[in-house]
Design a protein around this ligand. Structure first.
Ligand code: ZN
Length: 405
């Protein structure tokens, strides 16, 4: 193995030991016999490393947000007063700057504040400490500021001006300031005039921040924060669906591997230092990625068009997850012929096999034949499953009758 590659692998997989008996870089010796097992191993190790690292940064932010939450939740505590005097004497906590020569603790609080900003809102008491247009005090699925009706707004307006003497919302003021769609929302939380406004965390029952709910919110927001993890969440969703659907085990495994980018395609192997041309050996035009093989290679496109499925007119995307989930979604669409619909995993498998046939045995198959075979195989397998489950039910019934006798 290329020394540079070996170094990278050891960094990512944590395997530094080399040589010895039976193992090479911690890999089972047999890996030289199967590139697929090898790729699977690398892919799994990389993934657990990356997700471990990601989880660590997540829970760190979740933890540090807790420090900031204490400042918000106990505005009169000594600690809060010290920080306030030093870093945000005349402004709200959320407008505090990192400042000149910040302490390590303050920098950590600022880091955690980014998470708090997403989930903290004002709970309205007498409305005197909440600014109508600058603070978040409305909740849809996230805390937000209310929408305004007029273009000119008074930034200093306090929520207390919306409250009338009897302690309820003033309907006329609400009508003047907010669009009609916004008003029913206010009615769902009447002000509590005998209380002060306070900060609440919007994602727990009691309004108190917890590290767990903070991490949950982060994982929801992760599309912005970390593309790897969003992709993982999406991949896992599709994988779960694959696991729960009646699919022949070998095909299920194949789909999971496709979703984990763990099929032995040229691009994958060459990016791991195996000297293989990344070009697709069927069309010799594009790189042989998983998505190319299964969706955009002329071979695959021929098969998809032979299925008659409503594939996207602008062509498939570059993302395996997008394409696989799009295709698997057709399985749920009743207007598509049942035979084709239920055979979709088999069709994917058929394309993969046909691709390898061309590469390794130069055997070329008509796309209509590939589809017909997939439909037939799926039907056959599903029929067997029905028979098996009927037989099991019969046995179970017999057992029940036996017990009753
Ligand atoms: Zn190709």
């Amino acid at each position: 193995m290329d020394p540079y590659m070996r170094h990278l692998l050891s960094l990512f997989t944590g395997i530094e030991q080399e040589g010895g008996t039976g193992k090479y870089l911690g890999l089972p010796e047999c890996f030289s016999g199967s590139k697929r097992d090898f790729m699977q191993f690398i892919s799994d190790s990389l993934k657990s490393r990356l997700s471990g690292w990601y989880e660590k940064t997540l829970s760190l932010r979740g933890l540090l947000a807790k420090q900031g939450w204490r400042l918000l939740d106990s505005p009169n505590s000594l600690v809060t007063r010290v920080y306030k005097a030093k870093y945000f004497e005349n402004v709200p906590f959320f407008e505090a700057r990192i400042g000149y020569k910040p302490s390590y603790a303050w920098r950590s609080i600022m880091f955690g504040r980014e998470l708090l900003e997403k989930g903290v809102m004002k709970s309205i008491g007498n409305g005197q400490d909440t600014r109508v247009w600058l603070d978040k005090w409305v909740f849809d699925d996230r805390p937000r500021r209310p929408f305004n009706k007029e273009l000119t707004i008074d930034l200093n307006l306090n929520v207390s001006t919306l409250i009338q003497d009897d302690g309820g919302w003033n309907p006329q003021t609400l009508h003047d300031l907010f669009p009609p769609c916004e008003i029913p929302r206010f009615r769902s939380f009447p002000p509590a005039q005998h209380l002060h406004d306070r900060y609440v965390w919007a994602f727990t029952q009691n309004g108190q921040y917890t590290v767990k709910s903070g991490n949950w919110l982060l994982s929801q927001e992760s599309d912005i924060l970390n593309p790897i993890s969003t992709d993982m969440i999406r991949v896992n969703k599709v994988k779960i669906w694959v696991l729960e659907t009646a699919i022949e085990p070998k095909i299920r495994l194949f789909l999971c591997r496709a979703l984990s980018q763990a099929l032995a395609v040229a691009e994958c192997m060459s990016s791991h230092g195996l000297s293989i041309s990344p070009l697709c050996l069927v069309c010799h035009v594009e790189d042989e990625t998983i998505t190319h093989v299964l969706f955009s290679c002329p071979l695959a496109r021929g098969v998809w068009s032979a299925t008659g499925l409503p594939t996207p007119a602008q062509g498939f995307s570059n993302s395996v997850v997008d394409n696989v989930s799009l295709i698997l979604n057709f399985m749920k669409q009743a207007e598509i012929a049942e035979g084709t619909r239920q055979a979709i995993p088999w069709i994917l498998w058929g394309i993969w096999k046909a691709h390898n046939d061309v590469v390794f045995t130069q055997r070329d198959q008509d796309s209509h034949v590939i589809v017909a075979l997939a439909i037939e195989e799926a039907e056959e397998w599903l029929k067997q499953q029905t028979l098996i489950s009927q037989a099991t039910n019969r046995d179970a019934n017999r057992h029940v009758q036996h017990v009753h006798r």
